[in-house]
Design a protein around this ligand. Structure first.
Ligand SMILES: *Cc1c(COP(=O)(O)O)cnc(C)c1O
Length: 411
């Protein structure tokens, strides 16, 4: 079942609205951070229910700002998940702090129980990542953190549009987190090409993050070229250069207006994948939860390697040969050479994430995909799996072996 055009793993949903907004900015004479960015911040706060929003040029910058504003530094430990992009760990290292890994649970998210086991007197913050757009078990994480006075900074790179128990993550009415960082990178659910936003419900943290966004310049940093502004400014601490331009914010404003529709489309297509790939022993569907609104940033399928005689890497090669682009989220943190020396220590061991890595494939999923394209991907996936089924005899030997091993795990 080959043929047809190549289906890329991802394609941003950019229309005339975004183009019009950007052209307007180009004609306006004001390109960098200004009125558009202020409006984007206000729009995103209205959408998420967060009290304050600071636009930044990436989610990485947002995470870094939050840790810096919380004064996390040398001697401090920050707990995060092994199943994340390297940015989550790098920002901890940039602050001179020590990352600590806590393994994932059945939902592929950081396990609250694993977090509890990794807490030490030096733990200062937890960075949960809402993997694929499914929220972490925040009540349990807030409970663990609150009892010990530990900060919570959510890596919401996948999670614009994600609801946890009825409200958007970061909502001031419900959230007990200190900060939430979103990504507007080219492949994310809402994109500005490159960009991000960090929200908080704490005024002190907001003021500090705002100042650190632009070199640690106090007051009026954004106004100093406007009619009402002044040329005078003061640097009060060494900050960063993390501001978002009005060109990018213009794209964000247009994207945010379409986000609910794009999220509904993602859910519809994910449901279709579930329907087409479900009820098979050799393929496992992605986790979901009734307590949440998954925003379906990623559709991460899992191979049951006990039933298949093909590796994940070979499976990806075969999909590629059939004109289907895929990806893997993520190469676990301990597998990167730079992280390996500390990440593979006993106190950072994450066997569940390491095992899951062998099984996962992220299938194409974006609002512009047609149902026919989803069907074509599903047909290819099933055809490859069928062709590489372990023989019945082999499978039964394996299952007997598993049964024999069972009694050893004393109950
Ligand atoms: C994309 C991503 C980031 C980084 O986002 P940028 O906006 O590119 O800095 C961080 N964490 C996770 C989990 C991501 O997927």
């Amino acid at each position: 079942m080959t043929g047809g055009e190549f289906i890329p793993f991802n394609r941003p949903e950019i229309g005339e609205e975004e183009i019009r907004e950007v052209v307007e900015v180009l004609r306006s004479g004001w390109l960098t951070t200004g009125e558009r960015t202020k409006r984007f911040e206000a729009d995103l706060c209205a959408y998420t229910g967060a009290r304050y929003g600071q636009a930044v040029n990436s989610c990485t910058a947002g995470l870094h700002l939050a840790l810096a504003a919380l004064d996390i530094g040398p001697g401090d430990e920050v707990i995060t998940t092994p199943l994340t992009f390297c940015a989550t760990v790098n920002v901890i290292l940039h602050q001179g702090a020590t990352p600590v890994l806590a393994d994932i649970g059945e939902d592929f998210n950081i396990s609250p129980q694993a977090i509890a086991e990794r807490i030490t007197p030096r733990t200062r913050a937890i960075i949960p990542v809402h993997f694929a757009g499914l929220p972490c078990r925040m009540n349990e994480i807030w409970d663990i953190a609150g009892r010990k006075g530990i900060a919570v900074v959510e890596d919401a790179a996948h999670a614009i549009g994600t609801h946890y128990q009825g409200t958007h993550i970061g909502d001031a009415e419900r959230s007990l987190s200190d900060a939430v960082a979103y990504s507007f990178y080219a492949t994310k659910n809402l994109t500005t090409g490159e960009g991000g936003m960090v929200t908080t419900n704490r005024e002190d943290l907001y003021q500090r993050m705002r100042r650190l966004t632009l070199h640690g310049i106090s007051k009026d940093a954004y106004n100093r070229y406007s009619e009402s502004g002044s040329w005078y400014y003061e640097v009060v601490e060494p900050g960063f250069k993390y501001n978002l331009s009005d060109l990018q914010s213009a794209v964000g404003i247009a994207q945010l207006k379409k986000l609910e529709g794009m999220t509904a489309r993602r859910k519809h297509l994910a449901d279709l994948y579930n329907q087409l790939l479900g009820n098979r022993e050799d393929l496992l569907l992605p986790p979901d939860s009734e307590m949440a609104r998954h925003c379906w940033h990623l559709y991460v399928m899992r191979l049951n390697l006990d039933a298949l005689s093909i590796s994940r890497d070979e499976f990806i090669q075969e999909l590629k040969a059939q004109g289907i682009g895929t990806s893997v989220h993520f190469i676990p943190v301990p597998m990167h050479p730079f992280f390996a020396p500390w990440a593979s220590r006993e106190e950072n061991r994450c066997p569940k994430a390491m095992k899951l890595f062998q099984q996962i494939i992220s299938l194409p999923l974006y609002p512009g995909m047609t149902e026919d394209q989803i069907r074509r991907v599903a047909v290819s996936v099933k055809e490859i799996a069928d062709r590489h089924r372990k023989s019945e005899a082999m499978a039964s030997v394996l299952s007997r072996k598993v049964e024999e091993e069972q009694p050893c795990t004393n109950g």
